[in-house]
Design a protein around this ligand. Structure first.
Ligand code: ZN
Length: 134
C-alpha cells in the first residue's frame, strides 16, 4: 500500500456536515459526488496528500445508514492507495484477510475500490483504492 488516500466519515446530513467541516478546516470541500451503486452522497476535503470523505446514505439499504444505525456518526473507513488493486487482493487473501468484494467496484472519486472486513483488521473497515487511469 502506498499512502492513506482518504478517511471516510459517516454523517447523517451531508449539507450540515459540509458546513461543520468547512468551519473546522477553514476551507470548503472541493467536490461532491453521488455513487448510485453504493447509495451514498459524498463530499471531499483536501488535507495535504490525504482527503476527508464525508458520506451520507441516500437509501435505507446503504451501508452508511446501517453503520449509523448501529454505531452513530463517525469514522467509517480508512482508504489506502494501491498501485495494482488486483495484486493487492491476491496478496491480502494469502495473508488471511477477509475480502468483502474480490472484484473491484466503482467507487467515488474515479477509483476502483475493494473493502476488507473489519473483523480481520482490528475493527477498522479498510478500503483499497486505485485510480482509474485514462
Ligand atoms: Zn472511501
Amino acid at each position: 500500500m502506498l499512502k492513506v488516500e482518504h478517511i471516510g466519515i459517516a454523517v447523517k446530513n451531508l449539507e450540515k456536515s459540509n458546513e461543520l467541516f468547512t468551519k473546522l478546516f477553514g476551507k470548503a470541500h472541493y467536490k461532491t459526488e453521488t455513487v448510485e451503486g453504493e447509495q451514498v452522497s459524498t463530499s471531499f476535503f483536501m488535507m495535504g496528500e490525504t482527503k476527508i470523505e464525508l458520506l451520507e446514505a441516500t437509501g435505507e439499504d446503504s451501508a452508511i445508514s446501517k453503520f449509523i444505525e448501529k454505531r452513530g456518526e463517525g469514522i467509517h473507513h480508512i482508504a489506502y492507495d494501491v498501485e495494482d488493486i488486483n495484486k493487492e487482493v491476491i496478496r491480502l487473501k494469502q495473508e488471511g484477510f477477509e475480502i468483502l468484494n474480490e472484484t473491484p467496484k466503482q467507487g467515488a472519486d474515479n477509483k476502483l475500490v475493494v473493502f476488507l472486513h473489519p473483523k480481520s483488521t482490528n475493527g477498522v473497515l479498510v478500503e483499497l483504492c486505485q485510480e482509474i487511469s485514462g
